[in-house]
Design a protein. Structure first.
Length: 612
């Protein structure tokens, strides 16, 4: 979703802004723009629909724009179609103030009408331009940009991260945030604002996270932060410890493939520090045994793939903990009048830690007295900072829009937490506890073996990429895993697909199976393998082409029935989805490749969904 960068320093701003925007391309966008203030010619704005490359060509990589102060933006359209005019930055009527915005201003129409009555003319359809015009209005009233920003923030409703420059201020940019991510970067040759650290990591590792309601004034030497009453605030600095190369393709054709291949290592990093002397150790959370024993119900709230992690965890946790686990889509949970009280543990899963629906659902759960434990990948993100407890997945930066390594690390971390809680509750036998932990430690190596067979999947993708409708079927954990396989395929290859619990097919959906329909049959869950096989036979009998995923143990049986079979190593059933999902990720990847899709930046999608 929209990416913001701002720079105030001692170097030419435009090339730095373009570079920062390029590093945030993965967030998803449809237009891009920059505004720079130069001594000689005031504010200069260049913006355009389409890829950043167009903007870069238009400005000769930024070389055309003088000035050391500027803001930049990649837009993911909400109000108004993607075009040159609706692209950011937006400039106030007198041309003095330029602004970039991420978020949605909910009362923009009312403010727009008010300003129109005062004679202000608008050029775009966006809610963001209204803020630029309102700023000009208040700036004319009070003569101070900081004061004007304060007044505007008191007037607007909704979510925002803003970057603002004004031609009267040669060195200062102003930033503000509420419910949209914004970080401050302290560099040697100047200071930054950005939607995420990937944009500035090349220039600095020294960052601070802005909190809701804060306003920052950024100059080449200083960053001053104020609260909503314009009282100064101290910010805690954080050092980013990952390497720039982690956010680069490093010889791979796509970030998605690179990230699929990084999964064994990401799992190792997430799991190893949390297993000591054969026990799960979660030093970083503060759930007491007494609290855990009093838990009456558990919610998992998340969106998209993170929600699918919840679906797998429901089966695993109910098996291990013997407590009811309800998995809710965050966008539904927040408006559902949920049954949450002090005895409810709420797991919040989010790669980015910035998904607005998930954050709002978490706040709702806390408001009702629930205790929140967040599983998050991005350190310092909003969800991580607001949850009662946080456990990080150590997947490193995930750039491809379609998640892979974040999903896998969320999955194993949920398994670890499940084991930990089950141990405290005494609901898991010592044998099973030890067996899951031993297999968990063997997981990276087994996953590596699955990845080494990528060519099998590549071959099957080349056989099946022309299908227009694909079903994923399975039972129990295989069904939950199929949800993720189906989503991966949909989002990057644009093929319609559905995941079905195999036993449910005959209650309606089997009518869609006709000769040649591709069914991806998941038969990795040992306790229900025979039942799953019956369903494979049923779809075969109706002419389906079956691509199966199964384990070594069931290879022979499956190969007799399915048209094509991918075989993965056996592991403990709790962990089987961690291995089973890998061929599904690879299948989606290779199908999308065959179809010529833009794999890392699929149409209409954004990486970090910071609007409702
Ligand atoms: C799919 C995908 C999305 C995200 C969802 C939640 O590949 O990446 O479905 O899982 O938007 O995002 P986070 O986990 O950042 O809250």
């Amino acid at each position: 979703m929209c990416g913001i960068i701002g720079f105030s320093g001692r170097e030419q701003a435009a090339p730095i802004l373009l570079d920062g925007l390029a590093r945030m391309e993965y967030r998803g966008y449809d237009s891009a723009g920059i505004a720079v203030r130069a001594e000689t010619c005031g504010l200069q704005v260049k913006k355009t629909k389409g890829r950043l490359q167009v903007l870069s060509t238009l400005t000769h990589g930024g070389a055309d724009l003088e000035g050391t102060l500027g803001i930049g933006h990649t837009r993911w359209a909400t109000h108004g179609e993607p075009n040159d005019i609706n692209a950011h930055p937006h400039v106030s009527e007198n041309g003095q103030i330029a602004l970039v915005h991420n978020g949605i201003i909910e009362n923009y129409l009312e403010i727009k009408e008010h300003l129109q009555k005062q004679g202000v003319t608008f050029t775009s359809d966006t809610d963001s331009e209204v803020v630029a015009q309102l700023l000009e209005f208040h700036y004319n009233e009070c003569g101070s940009m900081l004061e004007a920003v304060g007044r505007v923030l008191r007037r607007i409703e909704g979510s925002y991260a803003f970057g603002i420059i004004c031609s009267d201020y040669p060195n200062a940019l102003i930033a503000a945030r509420k419910d949209s991510p914004l970080i401050l970067g302290y560099g040697e040759n100047g200071n930054f604002i950005a939607s995420d650290v990937t944009a500035v990591i090349k220039y600095t590792r020294d960052v601070a996270y802005m909190d809701d309601g804060e306003i920052a004034v950024v100059t080449p030497e200083t960053i001053d932060v104020f609260d909503s009453e314009l009282m100064p605030r101290e910010k805690e600095h954080h050092q980013i410890d990952w390497d720039v190369s982690a956010a680069e393709k490093g010889g791979y054709a796509h970030f998605m493939f690179k990230e699929i291949m990084e999964q064994p290592e990401a799992i190792r990093k997430t799991v190893s520090p949390r297993i000591r002397e054969g026990r799960v150790v979660l030093d970083d959370i503060s759930l007491t045994a007494e609290y855990v024993k009093g838990i009456s119900r558990i919610f998992v709230i998340a969106c998209g793939s993170s929600y699918h992690v919840g679906m797998v965890s429901k089966y695993n946790w109910e098996h291990l903990l013997r407590r009811p686990v309800e998995v809710c889509l965050a966008s539904e949970f927040r408006y559902s009048d949920p049954l949450v009280d002090e005895s409810t543990l709420v797991l919040v899963i989010s790669q980015s830690g910035e998904t607005l629906d998930t954050m709002a659902a978490m706040r709702e759960a806390r408001r009702r007295g629930g205790r929140t434990l967040a599983i998050v990948n991005v350190v310092g993100s909003s969800i991580a900072r607001e949850a009662d407890d946080v456990l990080y997945t150590w997947a490193g930066p995930e750039i491809a829009v379609a998640t892979t390594k974040a999903y896998s690390t969320q999955l194993v971390l949920m398994d670890l937490v499940g084991l930990y809680l089950a141990d405290l509750l005494g609901t898991v036998s010592r044998e099973e506890y030890d067996a899951v932990l031993a297999e968990m430690q063997a997981l990276p190596e087994k996953m590596q073996r699955v990845l080494e067979n990528f060519e099998d999947v590549q071959y099957f993708a080349s056989r099946y990429f022309n299908h227009n409708s694909i079903f994923f079927i399975g039972r129990n954990l295989d069904y939950a895993m199929g949800l993720e396989g189906s989503l991966k395929l949909k989002e990057i290859s644009y093929i319609h697909s559905e995941a079905y619990a195999s036993g449910e097919l005959k209650h309606g959906t089997i009518s869609l199976i006709e000769p040649g329909t591709l069914v991806v049959a998941l038969g990795t869950f040992a306790p229900l393998f025979d039942k799953a096989m019956s369903n494979v036979v049923e779809v075969k009998a109706r002419g389906a082409e079956v691509l199966a995923v199964t384990t070594e143990m069931f290879r022979e049986k499956m190969e007799k029935t399915a048209n094509s079979t991918v075989v993965i190593p056996d592991t403990h059933p709790v962990l089987q989805p961690s291995l089973g999902v890998v061929p599904l990720q690879l299948f989606a990847y290779y199908v999308a490749l065959q179809r010529g899709c833009d794999i890392d930046k699929p149409r209409n999608l954004a990486k970090s969904v910071t609007v409702e």
